[in-house]
Ligand binder design. Structure first.
Ligand SMILES: NC(=O)c1ccc[n+]([C@@H]2O[C@H](COP(=O)([O-])OP(=O)(O)OC[C@H]3O[C@@H](n4cnc5c(N)ncnc54)[C@H](O)[C@@H]3O)[C@@H](O)[C@H]2O)c1
Length: 250
């Protein structure tokens, strides 16, 4: 059991990569706080999973755009479980549109969830982890944090921000015994990309040298590594889980 008795918080845990990560952590002996929007499937998923693998699975509603909700998520977790050992700052939304048609509201919303939300979560976690002298924070970036792509300006800007935010936080946190890393998924078969046009989807698949979309469980396994002591000498990095997408052109 790679996370035996560890307490893990996962934002955006009701669906896709987040839900797969919740399940993998429970399978590895952790207690998990599955956090997501109040109206999500999160409460039902957590109720199904609580105790199934031995550990607790608690749902806590939290919108990562709301500082008070994020701070409360961590305060309540510490009060109920005693510590926060690992965090997956995974909540995010997509957004595909040509930039000249994107409104201020649309641009700022993607940045507020996908970048500012990651900072809010990290800040709240660091306050607790500094007191503990230990912890691992994992932020969800993307291949679009390392490469640009047409019609994804806000998303790419946010994910590029997450990659460098992760480096800066890692340097601050290292002397306090806390590690901060990111994961950079390629295109993963989740509800986030379910509405993409079929021709675009086929073109995107062809950009992955392994010739397929990734599975949420494959990203969850990367989170498991970064969350656990197996990665005890890893900080400030972005682990690409992208079927070779960012390796270059063949
Ligand atoms: N699927 C992909 O191809 C892909 C590729 C690279 C990166 N990612 C990243 O992976 C992460 C998870 O995406 P996914 O593919 O599992 O998508 P998903 O849509 O299946 O899950 C995202 C979850 O985030 C939650 N969420 C949205 N806004 C929120 C908010 N304001 N506060 C709290 N929770 C919120 C949603 O309710 C949902 O449960 C995201 O950060 C996404 O950008 C996904």
């Amino acid at each position: 059991m790679r996370l035996q008795n560890k307490n893990v918080v996962i934002t955006g845990g009701a669906s896709g990569i987040g839900l797969a990560s919740v399940i993998r952590c429970l399978e590895e002996g952790a207690n998990v706080v599955l956090s997501d929007l109040a109206g999500s499937e999160g409460a039902a998923r957590a109720a199904e999973l609580d105790g199934k693998h031995g550990g607790r699975c608690l749902f806590k509603a939290c919108d990562v755009t709301d500082t008070a909700q994020v701070d409360r998520l961590f305060e309540e977790t510490v009060n109920e479980l005693g510590s926060v050992d690992a965090v997956f700052s995974n909540a995010g939304i997509g957004g595909v549109a040509p930039s000249h048609k994107v409104s201020d509201e649309e641009f700022l919303r993607i940045i507020d969830i996908n970048l500012n939300g990651v900072f809010r979560v990290a800040r709240a976690a660091l306050r607790i982890m500094y007191g503990q002298g230990s912890g691992s924070i994992v932020n969800c970036a993307s291949i679009l944090g390392k490469f640009g792509q047409s019609n994804t300006a806000a998303y790419s800007a946010a994910k590029g921000g997450v990659v460098n935010l992760t480096r800066a936080l890692a340097l601050e946190a290292a002397p306090k015994g806390v590690r901060v890393n990111a994961i950079g998924p390629g295109y993963i078969d989740t509800p986030l990309i379910a509405d993409l046009d079929k021709d675009l989807m086929n073109a995107l698949i062809a950009m992955h040298p392994l010739g397929r979309l990734g599975r949420a469980e494959e990203v969850a396994n990367g989170f498991l590594f970064l969350a656990s002591d197996e990665s005890s000498f890893v900080t400030g990095t972005t682990l690409m889980i992208d079927g070779g997408f960012t390796a270059g052109k063949s």
